[in-house]
Design a protein around this ligand. Structure first.
Ligand SMILES: Cc1cn([C@H]2C[C@H](O)[C@@H](COP(=O)(O)OP(=O)(O)OP(=O)(O)O)O2)c(=O)[nH]c1=O
Length: 200
């Protein structure tokens, strides 16, 4: 038991979005650990299974590193068009190809979340449907120039300029940004985590 919260949470993620989302609901992780896992997709692996496998792999990497943590949280965000998984865009070419594929279509964002407390761990996948309006070449050029696509699953970030591309969303918005808050809090609550001071 440490700090203001009765139970401390180790965030197993390098994603600034995930930290920001937790802070938005007044959860301050006691520490941040960067998971280092092999993120390659298995042959014929479906997006849902991949998202859950990655979240669990990140969790267990951090569990080994922090055996005495009260709670550990890890997550993975996967963007898929049908069964096709679109990875994190690392080059302009990848981002452009991804945006061209998503243009004028609906796709799904699979958010894997995994939480552990001691020996117990739970995980789930939250699915959000996102519809991107038809993108012109000028839209895509503009977005590529912004650089906001870098390191983002599917080559876009809904919390930034790409909000202007999103025509519809069905399901959790925070899931698309990187961490489905309602479901994450449910998982934590299921393992006994409780806020000590704030009753959100
Ligand atoms: C679709 C989408 C993804 N993203 C981001 C969230 C994640 O950071 C990233 C997906 O990559 P992840 O592999 O889920 O996470 P990460 O590599 O950034 O961090 P870590 O493995 O250390 O936890 O894409 C957005 O920020 N906005 C969006 O709209």
């Amino acid at each position: 038991m440490t700090g203001a919260n009765a139970s401390s949470i180790v965030l197993g993620s390098s994603s600034p979005r995930r930290l920001q989302l937790l802070r938005q609901v007044l959860i301050e992780p006691s520490s941040i650990e960067v998971p280092d896992v092999d993120e390659s997709v298995w042959r014929n692996e479906q997006p849902r299974r991949y998202a859950e496998r990655m979240a669990r792999a990140k969790l267990s990497a951090i569990q080994q590193r922090c055996p005495s943590a009260d709670y550990i949280l890890a997550a993975d965000t996967v963007v898929a068009c049908g069964r096709r998984i679109l990875g994190k865009a690392e080059t302009e070419l990848e981002a452009r190809a991804s945006l061209q594929l998503l243009s004028g279509r609906r796709h799904r964002v699979y958010g894997g979340v995994a939480v552990a407390s001691g020996e117990r761990s739970v995980s789930r996948v939250v699915i959000t449907q996102v519809g991107i309006r038809r993108l012109s070449d000028a839209d895509i050029d503009f977005y590529i120039d912004s650089g906001e696509w870098r390191g983002k699953a599917g080559g876009y970030a809904i919390q930034g300029l790409a909000a202007a591309f999103v025509a519809m969303i069905a399901g959790s918005y925070t899931n698309v940004v990187g961490l489905p808050l309602v479901e994450t809090l449910q998982l934590l609550g299921g393992l006994g985590w409780a806020r000590s001071q704030v009753n959100l």
